[in-house]
Ligand binder design. Structure first.
Ligand code: GTB
Length: 217
């Protein structure tokens, strides 16, 4: 039986593929695994049936038989370890690819989410104009470091891996901020990720959900 993931019935990102089900969809597509999607409203995400799967009442979750997982890092790692396509066979290269997954989630994503949340929730607050330069500076620091590491390579460590998948999805949240345009190798890196056929399939599928919700079907 195919695994089932959960996603927003009506995503606040308006189909831009910024909600975190996108990285799970992409991982499953890279491994060629068919999957089902259970769509949830915000209310349903906080009901007991979903809280039994996800203690924080969020999406995405992943169910495969009697296994239920939450947290995209854990889900993508689980998929990557079981199916070919996202981790190298060599044990040391594999460990480095997993390191990049953690780097994306623990070191690069937090300042990006903080900036993004401030721009959504604090834009009308009197402190926003003072706080924004500090939030942007923190993101710029990480982008500079990442850009220096990437240099003119295609991917973070050899071939494309789950580390790149995670990093590209994390960086995409900066779209529209103008910060990615300051680092042309990172902009090209994201474009390389988005050009992958598996990414395109995942993006089209989540966009179809948003389109259906918008049309009321
Ligand atoms: N650490 C968890 C993981 O990686 O799985 C984080 C999961 C998470 O934040 N899920 C969000 C959620 O369920 C959806 S993706 N939020 C509802 C809640 O917490 O009650 C976050 C997201 C939402 C919207 C946009 N957007 O509009 O651009 C981008 C990202």
């Amino acid at each position: 039986m195919s695994p089932t993931i959960t996603a927003f019935r009506s995503s606040p990102d308006r189909g831009r593929g910024l909600a975190r089900d996108m990285r799970v969809r992409w991982a499953l597509e890279e491994c060629g695994l068919p999957y089902d999607v259970r769509l949830l409203s915000f209310e349903e995400m906080k009901e007991p049936a979903h809280l039994a799967l996800h203690p924080f009442g969020q999406i995405p979750t992943y169910e495969d038989g009697d296994l239920a997982l939450f947290e995209t890092g854990a889900i993508v790692l689980h998929v990557a370890e079981r199916y070919a396509g996202l981790l190298p066979d060599d044990a040391r290269a594999r460990a480095r690819a997993i390191t990049w997954m953690f780097a994306a989630l623990s070191t690069v994503e937090p300042p990006i989410v903080e900036l993004s949340m401030a721009s959504i929730l604090e834009r009308d607050k009197h402190w926003y104009a003072d706080r924004l330069p500090m939030l942007e500076a923190r993101v710029r620091t990480r982008l500079g470091e990442l850009s220096r590491h990437l240099g003119d390579a295609d991917w973070l460590d050899g071939g494309f891996s789950a580390g790149d998948l995670m990093m590209v999805t994390v960086l995409r949240r900066l779209g529209g901020s103008g910060l990615l345009e300051e680092r042309s190798n990172l902009a090209a890196y994201i474009a390389r990720g988005e050009a992958r056929p598996a990414y395109k399939r995942a993006f089209a599928d989540q966009l179809a959900v948003f389109a259906a919700a918008s049309s009321g079907s």
